[in-house]
Design a protein around this ligand. Structure first.
Ligand SMILES: Nc1ncnc2c1ncn2[C@@H]1O[C@H](COP(=O)(O)OP(=O)(O)O)[C@@H](O)[C@H]1O
Ligand SMILES: [Mg+2]
Length: 342
């Protein structure tokens, strides 16, 4: 079997740039070089694409050259600047290790569809649906999944007057808890809305769901799905915001993540089944991490779906798969195999 030439895209223009670099470092370290010939492309915060030596916090200071992904389906790869000319590098697949806007919302997936290059993860529609929390709730709700009660504020619209606190205010399309605020009293609402609007013109105000947060890693295409172990987040206070903490590698200030979740087998099985239903309802492919709430009464409620979840050393998706016996190298290998249809 010939080695697959796979481009790993990382960085990007979203607020999750730094998280993406960390994710890509873990993925790169787990690669099996007997099977994969990696090509690393970093995207700067300003949006410049560069072929580089690999992901690291200082990748831009290394050996870099301009590179672009051609939408031309005959090129099927990258155009790299080489001595004033553009040289084409054919690709067998692309792994967009990108989080948030531009990476997880269907944009890069659209470019890859035009380029006719297989890629890891959800297609345009699945990505775009999962990225917008309100659309994900509508589609999942239609499939019979419980979701938080919510209202959408578009543009400069004013919030409804009759909100029962506590509520969560959040950008419709962001991640890593950027712009998310828990509002306990009505007088905190305006500041929370202003904070969320820093990230998106479309925002959600949703009812706080009591209970604990649980997650499930899902991998696969069509009906052939693999699920990881269920995890559980126990918060001492506040909200889950590990990616904005100073030293997440050493553990979180307010959250303990337990894998497998300390729940009866039957409940973990039910959470896995709900996660699969949500994955199918949103039309996911490749992989996704499905985050849910488990209410004290046992009801499972959708929180959000991440179609390119974190792969950092402290990230939940790889840990849930590891707990189910799929280590990171095998995981990366299988995700690429799913993309190329092997
Ligand atoms: N409706 C809700 N009820 C309870 N907690 C919530 C709710 N919405 C968000 N949170 C808290 O805020 C965190 C971040 O919100 P989330 O919707 O997951 O956005 P992000 O995409 O930034 O992760 C969640 O992990 C959870 O701790
Ligand atoms: Mg979340």
């Amino acid at each position: 079997m010939h080695r697959l030439r796979v481009a790993f895209l990382f960085g990007g223009r979203s607020e999750e740039h730094d998280v993406s670099v960390k994710s890509a470092m873990e993925v790169a370290a787990a690669l099996d070089s007997a099977k994969v010939e990696p090509v690393f492309v970093g995207i700067t915060k300003a949006g410049a694409w560069k072929l580089c030596d690999g992901p690291s916090p200082t990748w831009e200071a290394g050996n870099c050259r301009p590179a672009v992904l051609s939408p031309d389906a005959e090129t099927r790869g990258l155009l790299v600047e080489d001595g004033g000319a553009w040289r084409a590098i054919r690709l067998d697949a692309v792994f967009p290790v990108l989080h948030g806007r531009g990476g997880e919302d269907g944009a890069i997936q659209g470019l890859l569809e035009l380029a006719s290059i297989p890629y890891v993860g959800c297609d345009i529609q699945g990505s775009a649906l999962a990225m917008d929390k309100s659309l994900a709730y509508i589609v999942a709700g239609h499939a019979g999944i419980a979701t938080p009660a919510f209202v959408v504020l578009n543009g400069a619209a004013a919030p409804p007057r009759d909100l029962a606190c506590p509520v969560f205010v959040k950008p419709a399309r962001s991640g890593s808890s950027f712009g998310v605020t828990k509002v306990e009293r009505p007088d905190q609402l305006d500041a929370a809305i202003a904070e969320a609007r820093r990230y998106d013109a479309k925002i959600l105000i949703e009812q706080a769901v009591p209970g604990i947060e649980v997650g499930c890693a899902v991998m696969g295409n069509g009906a052939d799905l693999n699920v990881g172990e269920v995890d559980q987040i126990t918060l001492s206070h506040g909200i889950f915001r590990i990616h904005q903490e100073a030293r997440p590698e050493q553990g979180s200030e307010n959250a303990v993540i337990t894998v497998p979740a300390e729940l009866p087998d039957a409940k973990r099985g039910e959470i896995r089944a709900v996660a699969k239903s949500i994955y199918v309802a949103l039309g996911c492919r490749g992989l996704a991490r499905v985050d849910m709430f488990l209410e004290p009464g046992g009801r499972i409620v959708l929180n959000e779906v991440n179609t390119l979840p974190g792969f950092t050393s402290y990230s939940r998706y790889p840990r849930m798969m590891e707990a189910a016996g799929i280590g990171l190298s095998e995981l990366v290998d299988r995700l690429i195999a799913l993309a190329v249809g092997r």
